[in-house]
Write a protein that binds this ligand. Structure first.
Ligand code: NAD
Ligand code: UDP
Length: 316
């Protein structure tokens, strides 16, 4: 049995990861400050003998004896990470320093949840890990993009200088049950709008693209990366290469929910990347043939069912 720390464990992705690690027979310590996460996401795990919940902010050091650390703590939706940009960059940078310091002291293996945002508005398409990106260092998204880029640098330098056993994954847009209903990201927005009969808000023309990955595929990729061969640090892209425009996504959501909502167009936010699609050759090669299995229609169906229940229970 391994003791595993999951920072940001009460968030959308973190809650699925905690659940999977626990059911695989590990002891899981879930650390969160509840900025965007909630106890509701992990309440079904609370009675489990090997599950522990800790309220803590990773901009402050934290000491615990563990074998592995998954570092996920950081708001991921543009609305939330732009709410307090200084706090966002502190979470990425000071959080990385604190968690790497912990990993170094106790000899734990540590995985960083980085992001496709390190590629910015990419001029290379699809994006391989070797692409250095096109990021505005002083724009609205910089607190997140540059924070995550700096965290990658810190991970690599702790690896080279202190031989900390690190793993970096770059996660592409991921969706699924337990996303916050007011999360502000496109999948949760469109589903909530469609279920409530509100207008579907497309920013810009809707020709910008994203590649959407269902959360179960991501969790599988994260665990395979943590268990990948010694010395393989990444970074490795974890995402679904099937690319959709926002207009296509809106139409799919309307169809699956039988909604009468109409599509409206709002201004495109500053520095909004026009296209994004992962090259997953490296993940396939290094992570035992890992690739996403869940098609958008199937994943959206599960996510719609989750939000529908929340609305009916008056919890959305
Ligand atoms: P989320 O907002 O649901 O989860 C983040 C969690 O971190 C929340 O529970 C939040 O309360 C917690 N947190 C935030 N700041 C903290 C702090 N200072 N100390 C302790 N806890 C803190 O987002 P998510 O979608 O689950 O994302 C999880 C991770 O994956 C993030 O690091 C994010 O950058 C990364 N990621 C996610 C996606 C995606 O599409 N979901 C894409 C790329 C990268
Ligand atoms: N978007 C949209 N309507 C919304 C929310 C987002 O059209 O209600 C667009 C947004 O401009 C972006 C894409 O959907 O082009 C994905 O946005 P999201 O915030 O989900 O993720 P990110 O931009 O970080 O990839």
């Amino acid at each position: 049995m391994k003791r595993i720390l999951v920072t940001g464990g009460a968030g959308f992705v973190g809650s699925h990861l905690c659940e999977r690690l626990l059911y695989e027979g590990n002891e899981v310590i879930c650390l969160d400050n509840y900025f965007t996460g909630s106890k509701r996401n992990i309440e079904h795990l609370m009675d489990h003998h090997y599950f522990e919940l800790v309220r803590h902010d990773i901009i402050n050091p934290y000491m615990i004896e563990v074998d592995e650390i998954y570092n996920l703590a950081c708001p991921a939706s543009p609305v939330h990470y732009q709410y307090n940009p200084i706090k966002t960059i502190k979470t990425s940078v000071m959080g990385a320093i604190n968690m790497l310091g912990l990993a170094k002291r106790v000899g734990a293996k540590i995985l960083q949840a980085s992001t496709s945002e390190v590629y910015g508005d990419p001029s290379v398409h699809p994006q391989p890990e070797s692409y250095w990106g096109n990021v505005n260092p002083i724009g609205l998204r910089s607190c997140y993009d540059e924070g995550k880029r700096c965290a990658e640098t810190l991970f690599m330098d702790y690896h080279k200088q202190n031989e900390v056993d690190i793993k970096i994954i770059r996660i592409f847009n991921t969706y699924g049950p337990r996303m916050h209903p007011q999360d502000g990201r496109v999948v949760s927005n469109f589903i909530m709008q469609a279920l409530k009969g509100d207008d579907i808000t497309i920013f810009g023309e809707g020709t910008q693209t994203r590649s959407f990955q269902f959360v179960d595929d991501l969790v599988e990729g994260m665990i395979r990366m943590m268990n990948s061969r010694d010395g393989f640090a990444g970074p490795v892209n974890i995402g679904n290469p099937v690319e959709f425009t926002m207009l296509e996504l809106a139409q799919e959501v309307i169809e699956l929910t039988n909604s009468k909502s109409k599509i409206i167009h709002l201004p495109l936010p500053q520095d909004d990347p026009m296209q994004r699609q992962p090259n997953i050759d490296l993940a396939k090669k290094e992570l035992n043939g890992w690739e996403p299995n869940v098609h958008l229609k199937e994943g959206l169906g599960k996510t719609i069912a989750y939000f529908d229940e929340l609305i009916k229970a008056n919890k959305a």
